[in-house]
Every structure is written in C-alpha cells, then in structure tokens.
Design a protein around this ligand. Structure first.
Ligand code: AOF
Ligand code: ZN
Length: 367
C-alpha cells in the first residue's frame, strides 16, 4: 500500500466519521475502513447513540476478509471493557495485519493501551496519519475529554456593512441557502445557545427544519437569569418535543431572598417541560463545565450580540462561522464583534464558502 493509498482510505474513514457528528452523544463519531488487496471489504461509523463502535461494525461486514487486511481508523481503537468488548481485541482476533490511526484516544481508560494491545499481537501500527484532520473531525469529543467543556462554535450573520441587525427589529441578513446551512450546523451540535434578548426579540424555534433531518434538533439553551422566557414562546411551545434548558441566576435569587415571582415562573416553565438550571449565566466557564457534565460536547452559540461578545471575551470560542449577506443596514445598526476585515486575535481563516449570494467564513482558534 502506498502513502497515497493510505491517505485515500483515511480520507474515506474521516468522511464516514463526519456523518454521525452530533449523533453519538459523549462518544466520538469514529470512522473505520478495512482494506484487503486494495479493495474496501468493510467500513462503518460509530452508531447513533455511540454504540456499536465503528471497528466492530466494519469487522462484522468484512468477516473472513479481515484476515491480513489493513484497517484505517480515525481514533485509536478502544481497549476497555465498556458496554461493548474492546475493539483492539476484536482486531487482534480477526487477524488484521496493519492498523493505521489518526491519533491516540485521550480517554484515560484507553490512552495508548489500544495501540499497545495491537503491537503486542504483532500487528503493524502506524499512528498519526492525517492527525490534523482527525483532530478537527473529533474536536468536540477531544475538547470535552481534555478540557471538561464543550467545543463552542459561534455563528454570526452580518450585513454587507458589518451589522448584526437593528436593535429590537428582525432583519433578514442572509438568504435561504445560508439558512439551510445553519440548520445543518444545528443538527451537528449537541446544543444551541442564545440569550433571552434574542428570544424576546425574534421568538425563534431553534430547531432543525431540513427534510430528513427534522429529528436531529439539539437541546436549546437560553441564558435567562430571571426566568422571563414567555410561556407562549416558540421555544416553550415545543419544549416537550425538543429539550429546552433555561439557565437562571444563582441564589439569593431563589433562596435567602426568595423572589416569589421568579419561583412561580420557574414552576410554570417546568410544568411546560422546560428544564431550569441554576448557574450564574455570567460565569460562562462554570456553565460550560455544568453542560459538559450533562454530556453536552458541542454548542452552537447563535445570538445575540451581547452573548457573542461574552463568549469571545471569556476566550471560550473555538470556531467562528461568519455569514455575510449582500444587503446593508445603513445606520442605527448593531455592530458585529467580528467582521471579515476584523477577526479577533488568535483566530485564523480555515474555510470560505458561498451560499447563493451570501458568503460564509470559517475561523478556528489557533491553539
Ligand atoms: C472505538 N471506536 O467507534 C468509538 C470509541 O461507553 P463505551 O463503552 O462505548 O466507551 C466510550 C469510549 O469508547 C469513548 O470515551 C472512547 O474512548 C471510545 N470510543 N472507540 O474504538 C469507536 N466511538
Ligand atoms: Zn471500541
């Protein structure tokens, strides 16, 4: 197998891995491709929900053809007895000859042990192929595993003159194609986060509304210190179908100095199916830690300007997706904290795309 073949099959494994981004919970979405005599004899991605793992499924497809084969897997095969037996052992038993991986698994139950099991069995192991791409595909999992917080994507839509809109007014910034892309981004995230101001101004539903993906709406989180989320809002109206978490302020709001009206609103929201989480919404680091503990690995921050600025100022944005429309706001606009000509320090442009007349810029934090 040549180096070009290796890249070709790992590219395929990465493509598979991206298919289930946002569907595997706290488990990484791993891609696996098994190749025998230059032909793919089995391939798979971690199943929705996180199990079965990719390798187990790909081995089942390959059957006897796995003997002597090369296996491309985007993450080190696991070595622990979790809810399924270790993938490393399954690869040994199947008699594969060579295993190529992008990176080691930071899960403390694995972290090198999977590769060691393979090597001890005489399998050729090559770790680190297309590591950068592998890290990108597994960014959410890696962030939660290593930093104990979700991976944060900030999405902004700006006018041609760099405005987010007009205060208190709903202004269309981008067209339908860009909207579809935003819905795809939502489907890949574990949660969407907005401030209460955005809910009061726009009454968004924040669900995924593209054909075939309607069931992929993530949890919706609202920073709502005093719990003023209206019971008649689209978020509350749909809370029994797609989870909503309202992040309320810390005591004394609720204990020493109980604010009866807030408590009553909290009870009414709970009865309507909204979960309330008590955590200072200004302490974003603490909030992200709490969300990570609940199994949320990735968040799409969708608005508004104040929330975007707080996440940027706290250094808690990992990726920025900036959509730019062709219309202008012309005065009295809300200035965006990020425009293509003024990117916050520490970010670099990694991608650019067009959605009809609109453009999208992707920036990643340089770590
Ligand atoms: C693999 N292949 O496709 C995935 C892996 O709860 P469990 O038992 O499923 O274990 C979760 C851990 O398994 C997770 O933290 C990560 O270390 C590994 N995920 N490993 O070999 C896969 N998804
Ligand atoms: Zn496994």
């Amino acid at each position: 197998m040549t180096a070009a073949d290796d890249e070709k099959f790992m590219t395929r494994a990465l493509e598979l891995s991206r298919r289930h981004t946002g569907l595997t919970g706290t488990n990484p979405s791993v891609g696996c491709v098994i190749v025998k005599d230059g032909e793919i004899v089995g391939e798979a991605v971690t199943a929705p929900g996180g199990r079965p793992h990719a390798e187990a499924q790909a081995l089942a497809i390959a059957g006897d053809k796995a003997r002597g084969a090369t296996v491309y897997v985007t993450l080190e095969p696991c070595s622990h007895y979790g809810k399924t037996p270790p993938c490393a052992n399954a690869l040994v038993e199947a008699g594969v000859a060579r295993v190529v991986t992008c990176l080691t698994d930071p899960d403390p139950r694995v972290s090198g042990r999977g590769l060691a099991i393979l090597e001890e069995a005489g399998i050729i192991v090559e770790n680190g192929l297309m590591e950068k791409e592998g890290r990108r595909a597994l960014a959410s999992y890696l962030m939660r595993q290593t930093k104990g917080r979700p991976y944060v994507t900030l999405k902004l839509a700006v006018s041609a003159d760099g405005m987010l809109g007009r205060p208190g007014e709903e202004v269309a910034i981008t067209g339908l194609l860009a909207k579809d892309e935003v819905h795809r981004l939502r489907a890949q995230a574990d949660a969407i986060l907005v401030g209460i101001g955005t809910v009061l101004a726009d009454d968004p539903e924040l669900t995924v509304r593209i054909p075939g993906m309607e069931d992929r709406s993530p949890t919706r989180i609202v920073l709502d210190r005093r719990l003023v989320l209206p019971l008649t809002s689209n978020l509350v109206r749909t809370a029994k179908d797609v989870p909503v978490i309202a992040v309320a302020g810390e005591p004394p709001l609720f204990s020493d100095d109980p604010d009866q009206a807030v408590i009553e609103r909290r009870e009414a929201l709970r009865a309507a199916g909204v979960e309330t989480l008590q955590c200072d919404p200004h302490d974003l680091e603490l909030l992200l830690g709490a969300l990570s503990t609940r199994g949320i690995s990735s968040i799409l921050v969708e608005g508004g300007a104040a929330v975007a600025k707080s996440f940027l100022n706290a250094g808690l944005v990992d990726r920025i997706l900036l959509f730019q429309g062709i219309g202008t706001i012309d005065g009295n606009g809300l200035e965006s904290p990020v425009v293509p000509s003024d990117i916050p320090d520490g970010f670099e442009l990694v991608g650019e795309a067009a959605y009809g007349p609109d453009r999208a810029f992707e920036y990643e934090r340089v770590s």
